[in-house]
Design a protein around this ligand. Sequence first.
Ligand SMILES: Nc1nc2c(ncn2[C@@H]2O[C@H](COP(=O)(O)OP(=O)(O)O)[C@@H](OP(=O)(O)OP(=O)(O)O)[C@H]2O)c(=O)[nH]1
Length: 242
Amino acid sequence: APYKALPKLESGPKGLPLMYVPMVRKGKPEAPAVEVHVHEARLGEAPDTGDSDSGMHSPDAIMNIVKATDFASHKHHFQRRKDPEGTPYIEHPVAVAHILTHLGKVSNPVVIISALLHDTVEDTDTTFEEIEREFGPRVRSVVEELTDNKHMTRDERKRCQILHAPHSSHEAKLVKLADKLHNLRDIERSLPVNWTEERKTQYFNWARDVVQGLRGTNAPIEAELDALFAKYCTPREGRENE
Ligand SMILES: Nc1nc2c(ncn2[C@@H]2O[C@H](COP(=O)(O)OP(=O)(O)O)[C@@H](OP(=O)(O)OP(=O)(O)O)[C@H]2O)c(=O)[nH]1
């Protein structure tokens, strides 16, 4: 279904100063009123490091993160996970964003928004044009990197992920790492319907091959992945978890 964004409450011509009114507690404002400048383009100007917190404190970054959560929950509304409980799908992108912020200590809004949106084009009627219109070209580009080509066979898609991982942008690598960690944690928690133990091992082995191409991106997330690989992957003689 088409996504209808709420009109911005703070709307005004881009770049024009708006008055930020501080919260008032016990008759005293928490902070003096300040002027903030709304630049929709700021997301597109974020630095390339992927984990910088530049821009994180800007009101428009926070608003766009909430908007992406709302967008994803709208788009994934009817979708369920493959677990026997039929968990609402939206739990996955929200958990991926949470892994990035809390375990990975990532606060680049482009990465967090891309994590929230990473399955919308692959799994729903969302288009890349829609993502760009609502969230800008940087987010579109990262989501494009994270979207499997549905015209390929399953085996081709899986092979492509291994081949493309090392060539991904830093932002996409971060989301991929967190995506894999959440999917693996989910499988450990509850095997998807009709999955055998053999398929579980195959998935863990394949995920280890993808993660191999993402290494050196985020130490805490990679450490959690390594602990799971050590537990569930087929050991590689003399090359443990390579
Ligand atoms: N672990 C787990 N995965 C679930 C569940 N429900 C849906 N999925 C999705 O299923 C995919 C993994 O299942 P597969 O059978 O290997 O892949 P396929 O759906 O593409 O054929 C993942 O998507 P993907 O975008 O293909 O991710 P990935 O394969 O790139 O990691 C994952 O997000 C669930 O309950 N547990």
